[in-house]
Design a protein around this ligand. Structure first.
Ligand code: GP9
Ligand code: MN
Length: 634
């Protein structure tokens, strides 16, 4: 038996090491966290440490040994409870806890009923660090501490813990640029910054949103509704209800930009099927249609589609405002007898979809769990688009009709990797591997779209459906300008960069017969009003920043999330006003009146999101539901 006394901070060290190692073991055993390389494994291993050093290290401020020990015991209990709460939650929901989730009554109901079923006596392991510290306090003959740690010691200790935190964040940033501004996925956050830091981050994000929400009241909506009603164009009569009562299938074409359509790369056609569609008698194709997404990429495009609001400027709105009240297209279709669904072969927590879809009132989310991925059917980010389309249509055959099903494709995603057998054309020959491969994955996506059409026909779902397809955002960023300029055969100016934000938009109505190319300038914000009018659903009182693209009185003015915009005459980008047709610098007077209006729209939309203002709005009547002027209940 050891007789000597242990160093005076032994209990602290034991507590930190015990919780640290326990957390890592729990990461590896209780959650399925995908690790792709040794660096990721290393980040996962060290990520609990910085927070534990800080949290447990506060014990150094206690004078008496008793108080210090008690504090450490409480802390091990607290961190154990956080970790264990996540484990129990994960068993049922395959997701990590996030605050809004706890406040959503629907989840909470599920949680209570499932909690008992997902607790086992062996779970005592999750509190093993608490037990270790308890035993250590009881049995280790430590030196009696008569004074607090010296302030120099403490300083050194906390500098070390801060340095470790920055080291961790630095590695996380290298592994996942923009992780903290964009959030991406809870799994990615836990993987990179650790479970305990993740919760701190979650509390920060949510309390920031909640504070803004608490300060808002419905009176701010007056200005917004005035603006919207004075600028909104009357939807087209001619197109009204043309697809009434049909199933609505909306396809998100991952990273697909318009420049690859009706174009060739080294003599090879890039999108043969979609090229035919642009000339098809049942298709209206919009070549002058722009994405308006920000940091939230795909999820932003979904947000715009569902709400006809702009996404947020500095973060992914799917993450920051999933607790808001929205008036989504899904909700609207649901009220009109539709079954609403999203299909996407990725983890459900990506972009916080599992939570946000509840706010958008989407009836069902078929995530990766709903798909069977056979040998050879996954590449790049996951399931390949062709089998995805096959299984998605299979799912549709089982849906109650009419349905609204949204399909999110995935293969044409950076870094654009494909298996050999799926490469239908050869690579491009620039210095950018990304651009070179992009043509091949775009070609593959084209094949998947063809598969969708074939399957819908084979399953008898085609005739009675309307198929809307849109590109979600650019695939090739400005980092590849040199390569892009080689492909386009010209210098790339801010004008060209803006024009490269064009994404395809297709409205395909089987049996329509009057298909055409519609040159109207528009953006994703116009999808909701356009689609709802085609479906014959009134949206007069809805707060939408877009317009029906078929409306005769519509003004051409498409604003990007960063303030750039396109009008019928000009492109405003890089602080200059360009002529839309020629791309030459034009008289700034053409852009000037629109600069403020662009900001105004973006700000109004941001105010709606930040203040959760739609909770004060009755879209049936257009009345405000403020405390000052409560609407009469009907
Ligand atoms: C992930 C998919 C891709 O589920 O939507 O997201 P992105 O990176 O394009 O936003
Ligand atoms: Mn995307």
């Amino acid at each position: 038996m050891l007789k000597r006394e242990w160093p005076k901070h032994s209990i602290l060290a034991i507590a930190i090491i015990a919780t640290w190692l326990k957390t890592y073991i729990v990461y590896k055993t209780a959650f399925s966290i995908t690790i792709d390389n040794a660096l990721q494994e290393f980040i996962l291993f060290i990520n609990p440490l910085s927070m534990l050093l800080f949290l447990y290290g506060l014990a150094l401020f206690f004078k008496s040994e008793k108080a210090k020990n008690r504090y450490l015991l409480i802390m091990t209990l607290v961190t154990s409870a956080i970790l264990y709460g996540n484990v129990a939650f994960y068993r049922f929901f395959s997701d990590f806890i996030t605050l809004p989730l706890l406040f959503q009554t629907q989840n909470f109901g599920d949680l209570k009923s499932s909690a008992a079923a997902s607790i086992f006596w062996t779970d005592i392991f999750y509190f093993s660090d608490f037990l270790i510290v308890l035993l250590a306090i009881k049995f280790l003959p430590t030196m009696k501490i008569t004074e607090k740690a010296s302030s120099v010691q403490r300083k050194a200790y906390f500098i070390l813990s801060a340095a470790l935190m920055f080291f961790n964040l630095g590695l996380a940033e290298a592994e996942r640029p923009q992780l903290l501004t964009r959030s991406f996925d809870r799994e990615m956050l836990v993987k990179n910054i650790g479970m305990y830091n993740y919760h701190l981050y979650d509390v920060y994000i949510q309390s920031k949103s909640q504070a803004q929400r608490a300060l808002a009241n419905g009176s701010e909506l007056v200005e917004v509704t005035n603006y919207v009603s004075s600028t909104q164009a009357e939807p087209s009569d001619e197109m009204h209800g043309i697809a009434k009562d049909r199933n609505l299938i909306v396809v998100t074409l991952e990273s697909l930009q318009t420049f690859v359509l009706n174009n060739e790369m080294n003599g090879q056609t890039i999108t043969p099927f979609m090229n035919e569609l642009t000339k098809d008698k049942d298709t209206i194709y919009f070549p002058n249609f722009y994405h308006q997404t920000g940091l939230g990429k795909t999820s932003d495009s979904e947000f715009i589609l569902e709400n006809s609001l702009y996404p947020r400027g500095g973060s992914a709105v799917f993450f920051t405002h999933s607790g808001n009240t929205y008036n989504s297209m899904a909700e609207k279709l649901g009220e009109n007898g539709y079954f609403t669904n999203v299909q996407h072969a990725n983890t459900k927590s990506f972009w916080n979809r599992d939570i946000m879809y509840q706010a958008l009132e989407i009836d069902e989310f078929q995530d990766i769990e709903s798909f069977t991925i056979e040998e050879g059917q996954a590449v790049n980010w996951g399931m390949k688009d062709v089998p995805f389309m096959q299984q998605s249509v299979e799912h549709m055959t089982e849906m109650q009709q009419p349905f609204y099903s949204r399909l999110l494709t995935l293969t044409n995603h950076h870094p654009f990797y494909l298996d050999e057998e799926d490469k239908f054309i050869s690579e491009f020959d620039s210095n950018s591997g990304t651009l070179n491969r992009y043509f091949q994955t775009a070609r593959y996506l084209d094949e998947a779209v063809k598969e969708l059409f074939d399957e819908l026909k084979a399953k008898g779902l085609y005739e009675n459906s309307i198929i809307v397809m849109y590109g979600d955002h650019y695939g090739i960023s400005e980092n590849h300008n040199a390569a892009m300029s080689q492909f386009l055969g010209k210098e790339i100016t801010p004008y060209d960069t803006a024009q490269l934000q064009k994404v395809p938009f297709f409205v395909h109505i089987p049996g329509y017969g009057e298909g055409h190319v519609n040159e109207e300038i528009g953006g994703q914000i116009d999808m909701r009003p356009t689609i709802l009018n085609l479906m014959g659903i009134e949206a007069d009182e809805d707060i939408q920043f877009g317009d029906d693209l078929f409306s005769e009185e519509r003004e051409e003015f498409t604003v990007f999330r960063d303030g750039r915009f396109i009008t019928g005459e000009n492109v405003y980008a890089g602080g200059s006003c360009y002529d839309l047709e020629t791309g030459e610098i034009d008289d700034p007077a053409g852009c000037e009146p629109f600069i403020d209006r662009a900001m105004q729209q973006l700000n109004y939309s941001e105010a709606i999101i930040n203040g959760d203002l739609l909770r004060f709005y009755d879209e049936e009547t257009g009345e405000l539901l403020t405390d000052e002027a409560p609407a009469a209940t009907q």
